[in-house]
Design a protein around this ligand. Structure first.
Ligand SMILES: *Cc1c(COP(=O)(O)O)cnc(C)c1O
Length: 250
């Protein structure tokens, strides 16, 4: 086995074990292989060993790599392209054109632009983009994400999140798939786990408030903390380094 294949199998096995320990079905957990900074050849190699979900965090990089991969594998390869990074409003068209799922919606302005472009670009029928709202639960990570740092105590924060969720659910082209969060860097595991747990509880609250039939998905967990995230209910883990090794710098 190649190093890539070995690492991939190790991650799959770890997902399986962690899910079983948490009494969850491993099939409910989607592994998004984060290929940012890695060349198209690496994606093709990853595809050959079975990976189908790929994550990119820069819009230009997604727009460049996806067509190159499709030149090799065709457009019906079964690959799902996840855009996981913060999106600037002048680049929404790239995500509307090239992403199959968007994990980091943090502003209404971005949602409105995406919706308009998805309707325009889909020509005959509107292109459909399942979307996760990015929540800033820990308050430590960065400025990105809707403020949910004190959602349990703050009616204002809850109202804002609810309104955002309802708006996104209604916008043509977008559907509300779930919530996404980032754990703080270098925090202790208990603290990180609490952030994931609070995100899950927020998703459960929002599902009930919105009267949704199905639970919201949860995009949380990266190389250093995906096991903690799975223990707290993650349905999508975004893993780069554990599969591909340390990234090359841009
Ligand atoms: C880079 C990145 C990841 C993957 O990080 P690793 O530590 O390499 O697993 C996950 N999510 C987002 C938003 C990222 O930018």
């Amino acid at each position: 086995m190649t190093t890539l294949e070995t690492r991939y199998h190790d991650v799959l096995q770890s997902i399986q074990q962690t899910a079983q320990q948490a009494k969850r079905n491993p099939d409910d957990i989607n592994l998004v292989a984060v290929t940012k900074t890695w060349p198209v050849e690496t994606i093709l190699e990853a595809y050959a060993v079975g990976m189908r979900h790929f994550g990119e965090n820069r819009a230009e990089e997604l727009a460049e790599k996806r067509p190159l991969v499709e030149t090799q594998l065709g457009s019906d390869s079964g690959i799902v392209w996840h855009f996981i990074g913060t999106l600037q409003s002048r680049k929404t068209n790239l995500v509307a054109d090239f992403a199959d799922t968007f994990h980091a919606l943090d502003r209404l302005k971005i949602a409105n632009r995406l919706s308009r472009q998805l309707q325009e670009n889909g020509k005959a029928s509107t292109r459909h983009l399942p979307t996760f709202l990015e929540l800033n639960v820990s308050g430590e990570m960065s400025k990105s994400g809707v403020n949910a740092t004190d959602w349990e105590n703050s009616a204002t924060q809850r109202q804002e999140i609810r309104t955002f969720g309802e708006t996104v659910a209604k916008l043509p082209g977008l559907s509300l798939q779930g919530l996404m969060t980032m754990a703080p860097w270098e925090a202790d595991p208990d603290f990180i786990r609490t952030v994931f747990k609070r995100t899950r509880l927020l998703a459960e609250w929002l599902q009930e408030e919105m009267g949704l039939e199905r639970p919201l998905a949860l995009s949380m967990g990266m190389t250093d903390d995906y096991q903690l995230a799975i223990a707290e209910g993650a349905t999508h883990v975004r893993v780069g380094r554990a599969i591909f090794g340390e990234r090359q710098t841009y």
